[in-house]
Design a protein around this ligand. Structure first.
Ligand code: ATR
Length: 280
């Protein structure tokens, strides 16, 4: 029997998940496994998720805009998905039921540890720019990792406050963009969780001079690999970590659950994805 997995999204054509998973399927010689793109309109998402098995899929990745629908549709979730109320990975459990999981925060942390092995979560507050869906996963993961203080800077600070309340973050505080300098003081990590800096969008324009020199700066945007923010941070002497690894690492737990092999994020895979993005 073919074990089929898909990534569902709308639009989904840009997704690099098939490239990543089919690379691992070939690398580990998983017999009869296939990973496909599945374009699913918002109005069809719940139905598609409910009928995943009938459509011959043993699992799926879920991307924008279906992560919240997947959470609401599934009846079983792991603790992270339950906390975030969003699902990016669906697996079939031994008893045949579908479980929703969320590996976005895992991917973020794994990439950060990979790129900055000297990062110590307990040393210094973490500053996050943005309070959207990606920010939720990252804030929860930073807290779980042992970061003692999270400062969320957002154009709309009320949205950051709502995020903190909703996730029950114990030591997080919301800041408006005007308060960025205060937020950066004494910080050990700065993360851009917004789409600012992506090709075609304007750059993050905050002044980072108040950030201590030994703070690490990372971005979830990976097109370009070195965003305007990362470039400014590098020139100011900060250690920087680009966002591509988050995409690669978030795929690891799903692949392991579906196919029983824990794959590795290698330089070769990074090069393959970069070439596909036209960035080599
Ligand atoms: P995602 O789910 O991908 O994180 P989102 O929910 O749309 O995306 O969140 C986007 C984030 O980028 C938000 O924090 C948003 O700020 P607001 O909450 O104030 O809207 C931020 N963002 C987007 N465009 C921005 C801009 N031009 N300037 C400042 N912040 C911006």
């Amino acid at each position: 029997m073919i074990r089929k997995v898909c990534v569902m999204g709308w639009p989904v054509a840009h997704s690099r998940s098939p490239l990543i998973h089919n690379h691992w399927i070939a690398e580990h010689r998983i017999p009869d496994a296939r990973y496909e793109l599945l374009a699913v309109k918002p109005e069809d998402a719940a139905e598609t998720i409910r009928h995943l098995h009938k459509l011959d899929f043993v699992g799926a990745n879920v991307t924008v805009p279906h992560k919240e629908t997947a959470f609401a549709t599934l009846t079983r979730h792991d603790a992270v998905a339950r906390r975030l109320k969003a699902v990016n990975t669906i697996v079939t459990l031994e008893d045949g039921t579908l479980e929703g999981r969320n590996t976005d925060g895992y991917g973020f942390i794994a990439n950060l540890k990979d790129g900055a092995p000297d990062w110590r979560p307990g040393e210094g507050p973490a500053v996050m720019l943005g309070a959207g869906g990606a920010a939720r996963a990252i804030a929860a993961a930073l807290e779980t990792e042992g970061v003692r203080e999270i400062r969320i800077v957002n154009r709309t600070p009320e949205r950051a406050e709502a995020l903190i309340r909703d996730l029950g973050l114990k030591s997080a505080k919301a800041y408006s963009t005007a308060e960025t300098t205060a937020a950066l003081g004494g910080a050990g990590l700065l993360v851009n969780t917004t789409t600012l800096g992506m090709k075609g969008e304007s750059d993050v324009d905050i002044d980072i001079s108040a950030l201590p020199r030994d703070a690490i700066v990372t971005d979830i945007v990976y097109t370009p690999l070195e965003t305007g923010l990362l470039k400014r941070a590098r020139l100011a002497g900060h250690e920087t970590v680009d966002g591509l690894g988050m995409l690669l690492h978030q795929a690891v737990p799903g692949f392991e659950a579906w196919f029983g092999v824990r794959p590795h994020v290698t330089d070769e895979l990074r090069e393959i994805v970069l070439a596909d993005l036209g960035m080599t």
